[in-house]
Write a protein that binds this ligand. Structure first.
Ligand code: CA
Length: 217
């Protein structure tokens, strides 16, 4: 679990980010303007900051000066290349333009956290345990042999736990956009990891959509 500061003046977007990052196991603090963001950064530390650029008061570029090296993902409606380059040359870890897909932001948050070693090292659900460093899954501490795709699928379900993922989305994440097989591939792999990891009850089929891993929050 990471401590994440969300700096975004649009309430609905701020709230959407908070809800989604909470579902993936993170603790979020929300602020809605630049001044409050700077005050917050002076008073406590965070593992990651999601930082909007166009803010009331002080803009995100100025807030960035107060992050003290905390990993930062800029979030903004500005989509021009020069703005993107400015954010990245200032030292931001990533940059997303609005409108964005929440799943993509959640995935980028995990990537940045992993890179900065603030992410979870493992995950436990019932008798199953996953060690993210060694990419190894266990059931009752007995190692379970998973193919690379099965492991990536499991990891994706864990990173997006409690969120329904469509078969198409899972195909994109695990197999890539250029994969030519159908969504049946996802079903086959889900069946295998359900059986291998005794997750028949925890990996729910979402009617007419896809799958969701249910885990305590
Ligand atoms: Ca804004």
């Amino acid at each position: 679990m990471a401590e994440i500061l969300i700096v975004e003046d649009e309430f609905s977007i701020n709230e959407l980010i908070r809800k989604n990052l909470k579902l993936t196991g993170h603790n979020c603090v929300q602020v809605f303007d630049g001044y409050t963001a700077v005050e917050m950064l002076k008073s406590r530390t965070f593992d990651l900051i999601v930082l909007d650029i166009m803010l009331p008061g002080i803009d995100g570029y100025h807030v960035f000066n107060w992050t003290g090296g905390t990993p930062t993902i800029f979030l903004t409606a500005k989509s021009e290349l020069s703005d993107k380059l400015k954010g990245l040359t200032m030292g931001a870890d990533d940059y997303m333009t609005k409108p964005f897909q929440m799943l993509e932001l959640a995935a980028r948050v995990e990537t940045v956290l992993r890179r900065t070693k603030k992410t979870e090292r493992g995950f436990v659900l019932g008798d199953m345990r996953v060690d993210f460093d060694s990419c190894q899954a266990f059931v009752k501490e007995v190692p379970v042999e998973l193919t690379p795709k099965e492991y990536r699928l499991l990891e994706t379900l864990i990173q997006n736990r409690n969120i329904a993922l469509s078969r198409e989305r899972l195909l994109e994440i695990v197999w890539g956009y250029d994969f030519e097989g159908g969504t049946r591939t996802v079903d086959v792999h889900i069946q295998r990891i359900r059986q291998k990891l005794c997750l028949e009850r925890q990996i729910k089929t979402v009617y007419k959509l896809g799958y969701r891993l249910e885990a305590a929050r």
